[in-house]
Design a protein around this ligand. Structure first.
Ligand code: ADE
Ligand code: ZN
Length: 336
């Protein structure tokens, strides 16, 4: 079949997906079964517990939905199996490369060390048939500096041995990016590349801080248009934005989706990408995100290709992986 004959896109790249936000009810049941845990609900009620309602107020309320998935992810076996199942599900949905992220410090409630958690997720991902990268998340908070430093040190040790990069996740509206200057000074010195969730629940200044720290990608970055000069900087420097349309809709990163700036950023040459963030919490998958952008904003096949090529260029991986992805997305269009 020629390039224009096949349904497009039939291959996807997801650069921004949280492992604990990808625990669907089938995965939750499997994790509960293997640990002898009785789930607090079944069928529709279980779905409801694992996802956020359309009436979600903000990111803070959104983040409350992680309680049950995190309860199920406190052993090596559960983390390994969850990573495997999430990666396999994505592969079945047409994903050819995914960067999966998780915060090891959130999985130490029953005696695991952060290292145990990282080893387990690396093992689960490597059992899957999906090409993946792993991003370790530090967490926004006020009393977890030691834990964040430990995550950063693990990322340095495991870089190119299962780990690709670092991130900062959590409640941006409660814990400002500027609080993490010291952490990211150390991370920058270590040479581990990083992205930062910014410009999601807080404004453009948060993204400016993330860039000042040395972030090479921005998680979301929806709100950069509060600062026109920042929009130009992001465009000129080719900083990829990991945007997640339905997550942004549900957390009200923009109040009115009529004002969702994705298509504007794309037309300005900003390296925007489409990702799922927390597919189980949002009841979405990567194909649904692309369909949403088409039906809601009229995104064309050519624009989808551009977005996927942006993702291919933005991966935390070597040039060989980038070129392979470009060849998969746009066969015959090899030149960068
Ligand atoms: N953790 C999971 N999803 C997140 C989001 N959208 N923002 C910040 N932290 C998160
Ligand atoms: Zn996220």
């Amino acid at each position: 079949m020629g390039r224009t004959d096949r349904i497009f896109p039939d291959k996807y790249i997801d650069l921004h997906l949280h492992l604990d936000g990808a625990v669907t009810s089938d995965i939750a049941k499997r994790l509960a079964d293997m640990q002898g845990i009785v789930l607090p609900a079944e069928s529709d009620a279980l779905e409801k517990l694992l996802s956020v309602g359309e009436d979600c107020k903000d990111l803070n309320e959104f983040l409350e939905c992680f309680e049950l998935p995190l309860k199920l992810l406190q052993t090596v076996e559960a983390l390994d199996e969850c990573a495997f199942l999430v990666a396999e599900k994505m592969r079945e949905q047409g994903v050819i490369y995914a960067e999966i992220r998780f915060a090891p410090q959130l999985h130490c409630e029953k005696g695991l060390t952060q290292r145990d958690a990282v080893d387990a997720v690396i093992r689960g991902l490597s059992r899957s048939g999906l090409k993946t990268g792993l991003i370790l998340c530090c967490m926004r908070g006020s009393d977890n500096e030691e834990k964040n430093l430990e995550t950063a040190e693990l990322a340095k040790e495991y870089l190119d041995k299962g780990v690709n990069a670092l991130d900062l996740a959590g409640a941006e509206g409660l814990f400002s990016t500027e609080n993490f200057a010291e952490l990211f000074a150390k991370i920058r010195e270590s040479g581990v590349p990083f992205t930062i969730h910014a410009g999601e629940a807080d404004g453009a200044e948060s993204v400016r801080k993330a860039l000042e720290f040395g972030a090479s990608r921005i998680g979301h970055g929806v709100r950069i248009n509060e600062d026109p000069e920042l929009v130009s900087i992001i465009a000129e420097r080719g900083i990829p934005l990991e945007m997640c349309p339905n997550s942004n809709r549900l957390t009200h990163a923009v109040e009115d989706m009529n004002d969702y700036p994705f298509m504007d950023y794309l037309s300005r040459g900003i390296k925007v990408t489409i990702n799922t963030d927390d597919p189980a919490i949002e009841r979405t998958d990567i194909a649904a995100e692309f369909r949403y952008m088409e039906s809601r904003f009229g995104m064309t096949a050519e624009q989808k290709r551009e977005v996927l090529l942006n993702a291919a260029d933005a991966v935390f991986a070597n040039d060989e992986v980038k070129q392979w992805l470009r060849d998969q997305i746009a066969p015959g269009v090899n030149e960068k």
